[in-house]
Write a new protein. Structure first.
Length: 102
């Protein structure tokens, strides 16, 4: 399995972020070919030191890194990436890697 982890920093307007993210961005992202699972955090994000600078973390699961690269290069993947500018006013960090169960 492989994961794409999108960590969205605190936006300028959290309510507007949530409306756009769930009403527009999620439907765009769910069209990415090869996407097996899409999971998002709910509620505040915390760290050992207290609250974290993130509003939402999304984890997208694919079969492999090859599937991630194909997905991100697809028209649907590009549309998802291009959509970030419409709502991620606090910025976003995107990571992807192979995973394994231990």
């Amino acid at each position: 399995m492989a994961k794409v982890i999108a960590m969205y920093k605190t936006p300028t307007d959290a309510a507007a972020f949530d409306r756009y993210y769930f009403g527009t961005h999620v439907p765009i992202a769910k069209k990415i070919p090869g996407l097996r699972h899409y999971e998002v955090t709910r509620g505040p994000i915390h760290s050992y030191d207290g609250s974290a600078p993130y509003h939402l973390i999304a984890t997208l699961t694919f079969d492999s890194m090859a599937a991630v690269h194909a997905a991100l290069g697809s028209p649907e993947g590009q549309a998802t990436a291009n959509d970030l500018a419409h709502f991620a006013t606090g910025g976003a960090e995107i990571y992807f890697s192979d995973t394994r169960s231990v």
